[in-house]
Design a protein around this ligand. Structure first.
Ligand code: SF4
Ligand code: F3S
Length: 392
């Protein structure tokens, strides 16, 4: 079987197709700041009303928000699969005889509760009235929960694509979006079984499967996906994950920009502040999460780093747990540059290709080089002179 280098794991592993991801100039990607998510599910409903409101699509939530650590849609989607993988084993290496990918089929009732565990926190309720911080480490709470928005990752090693015997799933040349060709699909459902994030879903009315489409018509028009533009918490930034510091300034993009895309900076710069979800699966997901900074890093380590003891690539700490702590700290107390990029989240419905942080302003340009954002990073604060109101 062909081997592929996986930078999220820092090693090679098998993947059933030859491919050439790093040559693609433009690749769909997203960064989600979990610290801003309030579980309002505006994203989920925006996605559902746009894409999955027809017959046979009743249980299809291409976008959903889970409450960690108890939520999950389908139930237990992550733990069930992780339990089947050996340490340091991807879903491709763990495939059973006759299959390309290790997966499982969720039962009907496991799809019936998309908001299971909503608002259920972890930890014992305190005897007193106040939830205190962990005395051993003041950054983390004794009781905690957080919201995890989930969607198709438009993976660079898509398991759904690898598993389909009809080759009905493909990755678009121009932007890496993973699509399912409904004319070719015969309803074999290997895609449903193999996606570790459980995003392809079977439609019993039509007898074929469907999967998230990355809002490709909006991307083609230079707009961000619906889940991004509708998010009232401004949790997300979408764009070209492959546009790195060496991208230069082609004619169609403003030379005033820093060159790389803002999400590339958040994910791949020395200031890495966003991590992939379950990279140990091996699919190279392209949605990255700024981790919640009040949650103990032991929990986040199993969720956002490879499941191995040793650290083998460019993660910032000396161990994976150390890396998570560093990234949490950067999310809690961002540098001026990251703060500037954070202002771009939710600032426009246009897709920001390049940006510049300079002094107290951040600017963004679209793919045609048109400026679409220009705003201050920190608003001036005015302190009124004179008598203050006091509670006398
Ligand atoms: Fe395919 Fe699942 Fe990856 Fe989406 S998240 S590209 S459906 S393997
Ligand atoms: Fe292939 Fe999935 Fe259809 S495996 S045939 S795309 S149901």
């Amino acid at each position: 079987m062909p081997q592929t280098y996986n930078p999220q794991l820092g090693r090679e592993h098998s993947y059933p197709y030859e491919h050439r991801e790093e040559e693609r100039d433009w690749h769909w990607g997203m960064v989600i700041n979990t610290n801003r998510c309030i579980n309002c599910n505006t994203c989920s409903f925006a996605c559902k009303s746009t894409w999955t409101s027809g017959e046979g699509e009743e249980y299809m939530w291409w976008m959903n928000v889970e409450t960690e650590p108890y939520g999950g849609y389908p139930m237990g989607w992550d733990m069930r699969l992780l339990d089947d993988l050996g340490p340091d084993e991807t879903i491709f290496e763990a495939a059973e005889d006759g299959e390309q990918v290790r997966g499982y089929v969720a039962a009907k009732e496991e799809w019936e509760y998309p908001a299971l565990g909503d608002d259920q926190s972890h930890g014992e309720y305190p005897a007193g009235d106040v939830v205190e911080s962990d005395p051993d480490n003041e950054q983390y709470h004794d009781m905690w929960q957080f919201y995890l928005p989930r969607l198709c990752n438009h993976c660079k090693n898509p398991a759904c694509l690898a598993a389909c015997p009809r080759q009905a799933i493909y990755k678009r040349e121009e932007d890496g979006i993973v699509l399912l060709d409904q004319e070719r699909c015969r309803g074999y459902r290997r895609c449903v079984k193999s996606c570790p994030y459980h995003k392809p879903m079977y439609n019993p009315e039509t007898g074929i499967s469907e999967k998230p489409v990355g809002c490709f018509p909006r991307i083609e028009d230079g707009n961000v996906p619906r889940c991004v533009s509708s998010c009232i918490g401004k949790t997300r930034l979408h764009g070209n994950i492959n546009r790195g510091p060496d991208a230069g300034h082609p004619n169609d993009v403003s030379s005033a920009a820093d060159g790389r895309s803002p999400i590339n900076y958040l994910v791949k710069s020395d200031e890495k502040v966003a991590l992939p979800l379950y990279p140990q699966f091996g699919t190279r997901p392209q949605v990255f999460y700024m981790p919640p900074y009040h949650v103990p890093p032991e929990f986040l380590t199993q969720m956002f780093t490879p499941n191995v003891d040793e650290k083998r690539n460019d993660w910032p700490g000396s161990t994976y747990e150390e890396s998570v702590k560093i990234v949490q700290q950067r999310a809690r107390d961002p540098s001026h540059h990251v703060l500037g990029i954070l202002q771009l989240f939710g600032a426009t419905t246009r897709l920001i290709e390049t940006y510049r942080v300079k002094e107290n302003r951040v600017k963004g340009w679209d793919r045609k080089g048109k400026k679409v954002v220009d705003m201050p990073i920190e608003e001036p604060m005015e302190v009124r002179e004179g008598e203050q109101w006091t509670n006398q």
